[in-house]
Design a protein around this ligand. Structure first.
Ligand SMILES: Cc1cc2nc3c(=O)[nH]c(=O)nc-3n(C[C@H](O)[C@H](O)[C@H](O)COP(=O)(O)O)c2cc1C
Length: 182
């Protein structure tokens, strides 16, 4: 029997070009075990500011496109920095567009965290995402503190994490949780 690949949609909470959060997602893409596929979203920065008046028939096309990608995915990966002890505004805006829609309830989600700091944003995201009825797979949590390091150090740490199996271990745990219907 041919099984289709499990499809993961990865969301970076940082829109910075040299973002450590995004680099971690790119490293996960490279470390992706057979049978898993990761697409990194480029849509978060394109979303207008959330306004409940613009939901339903008035939903902006960029939001419909983003929501369609979320719907297609078997699971989500979130890599998000902490800004001023909280969730970056642009990322919270993307989540707000999804609150009243039906794409996210019970969708499995794993965190990939690129800093040794940022426990407040992790706690806040956990609260927000659980309020939105996503299923956070704690067992797949990945932390690799590359934020604030030079490009060379980041590249070396990401390579080491890939070669040691740290990245694929988290992905395999996430895959198992998805397959088990978590
Ligand atoms: C506006 C702003 C506020 C920040 N506030 C915090 C903070 O409250 N706590 C923290 O640990 N780091 C804070 N940082 C540091 C970021 O979390 C860190 O630079 C991280 O690497 C940014 O993620 P990125 O590399 O993916 O863009 C802040 C950075 C910025 C730009």
């Amino acid at each position: 029997m041919i099984q289709r690949a499990i499809s993961l949609y990865a969301l970076s909470g940082s829109q910075r070009q040299a973002s450590a959060s995004r680099r971690l997602l790119e490293a996960l893409q490279l470390a992706c075990p057979d049978g898993l596929r990761i697409t990194i979203s480029d849509l978060i920065g394109e979303l207008p500011i959330f306004n409940p008046d613009n939901e339903g028939e008035r939903t902006p096309p960029a939001v419909e496109k983003f929501a369609a990608e979320i719907r297609k995915a078997d699971g989500l990966i979130v890599s998000c920095p902490e800004y001023a002890h909280g969730i970056p505004g642009g990322f919270k805006n993307a989540l707000d567009w999804l609150v009243s829609r039906d794409e996210v309830p019970f969708k499995p989600l794993m965190f990939a965290h690129a800093s040794h700091r940022g426990d407040l944003v992790l706690a806040q995201l956990t609260d927000v995402l659980q309020t939105m009825s996503l299923t956070i797979v704690q067992d797949a949590f990945l932390r690799l503190p590359i934020a604030g390091k030079s490009d060379e150090t980041q590249a070396a740490m990401l390579l080491e994490a890939r070669e040691s199996g740290l990245l694929s271990t988290s992905l395999n745990r996430f895959r198992q949780a998805i397959a088990a219907g978590t």
